[in-house]
Design a protein around this ligand. Sequence first.
Ligand code: HEC
Length: 165
Amino acid sequence: MNKKSLNILSAVVVGSLLFFTSCGSGAPKDDSSKSAAVEEAAQTTTEAVAADVDEKYAVGKKIYDEKCVVCHQADAKGLTGAFPPLANSDYLLKDPKRGIHQTLNGSHEEMIVNGVTYNAPMVPQVDTKEEALAVINYVLNNFGNDGGELTMDDITDIEIAPRDN
Ligand code: HEC
C-alpha cells in the first residue's frame, strides 16, 4: 500500500470512529467521560504550569506564603472591603511598579480595586528591592494573572523610605 492510500485509510478509520462515538447509543455517557478526560488533562496542565511558576519564582512564593498570605489570602483574592485582591487586581495590573513601592514602603490611602473601596494601612512588608521584585513578579505570574515581569532597571528610582523602628 502506498503512503497516499494509507493516509486515506486512516482518515476513514478516524472518521468512522468519530461518527460512532458521537452518534452511538451510549453517546451521553461517552460525552461525559470524554469531558472528564479533557478536564483531567486541563487540570494536569494547570498543575504543571503552577509547579513551573512555583519553581521559577521560588523566592517570591516563599515571601508571599510567609508575609502576604495572612491578609491577601492563599488565593490572593483578599477579603472584600478589608484586604484588596492581588489576583486580577485592576489596580495592581495597571501599575505593578506602584505595587513594588507599596510592598517596600507600605500604603495607606483610599484605593478602588475592582470596584471596591479600600482604605486600611499596609505597613512596609519587605526591606529590599530584590524581595519586593521577587514577590510582585511571583504575584504577576500566579493567581490567574497574565504575567509580566519587572526588573531592577525598572525600579531604580524607587526609594526605600526610612523605617520607624
Ligand atoms: C496586615 C495585612 C497585610 C499584609 C500582611 C500585606 N498586605 Fe498588601 N495590602 C493590605 C491593605 C489593607 C492594603 C490596602 C492599602 C491602602 O488602602 O492603602 C494592601 C494593598 C496592597 C497592594 C495594592 C492594592 C492591590 O490590591 O493591588 C499591593 C500590591 C499589596 N498590598 C501587596 C502586598 C504584598 C506583596 C504583601 C506581602 C509581601 C502584602 N501586600 C502584605 C494589607 C496587607
